[in-house]
Design a binder for this molecule. Structure first.
Ligand SMILES: Cc1cc2nc3c(=O)[nH]c(=O)nc-3n(C[C@H](O)[C@H](O)[C@H](O)COP(=O)(O)OP(=O)(O)OC[C@H]3O[C@@H](n4cnc5c(N)ncnc54)[C@H](O)[C@@H]3O)c2cc1C
Length: 129
């Protein structure tokens, strides 16, 4: 494990053989032999278009279900005489599925499954309204 380091170049003839590691603090580069290279990409939610009333966690992922009810702001912000439906956000009638949801599985099947659940849940929401 090496922190504060960027992989700035990958070299090799037919497969990965070397990686150039650069320290952003002083720009010093060291080339090290390696094989293979595992790239772990973090997620960052695109949530700027959502109303502020849709609660997010500290990383910007949308709170639903148990995570929503456990949030400190929940009792103040939730105005309905019922608990939120599964996948419902703090804004009644707005549901979240897929990677943007806090606690998401980050898998295609779970994003698609959540989306199809929301079709059914929207009908339940309308029946309660
Ligand atoms: C490198 C990589 C490999 C992966 N491999 C696998 C795998 O092997 N198996 C697996 O099950 N899962 C895999 N995943 C995870 C999987 O891709 C996600 O869990 C899944 O795509 C989530 O679906 P989503 O609809 O929630 O989000 P996304 O697929 O990210 O879709 C969100 C869409 O919204 C669009 N968008 C964003 N902001 C706006 C906006 N303001 N207005 C309009 N559109 C907007 C984006 O352009 C995007 O098209 C992988 C992910 C990555 C990054």
């Amino acid at each position: 494990m090496r922190g504060q380091t960027e992989i700035t170049r990958v070299e090799g003839a037919s497969h990965v053989e070397r990686a150039a590691l650069t320290a952003p603090s002083d720009g010093a580069e060291a080339v090290e032999e390696c094989d293979p290279l595992f790239v772990f990409i973090r997620t960052q939610p695109s949530n700027e278009w959502l109303p502020a009333t849709v609660l997010r966690n500290d990383k910007g992922f949308v709170l639903t279900g148990r995570d929503l009810q456990a949030a400190e702001e929940f009792p103040r912000i939730w105005k309905k005489p019922r608990a939120p439906l599964p996948l419902e956000t703090s804004e009644p009638g707005i549901f979240a599925s897929g990677d943007i949801r806090a606690g998401a599985m980050n898998r295609v099947a779970s994003a698609v499954g959540g989306g199809s659940m929301v079709v059914w849940l929207a009908r339940e929401y309308l029946a309660l309204t």
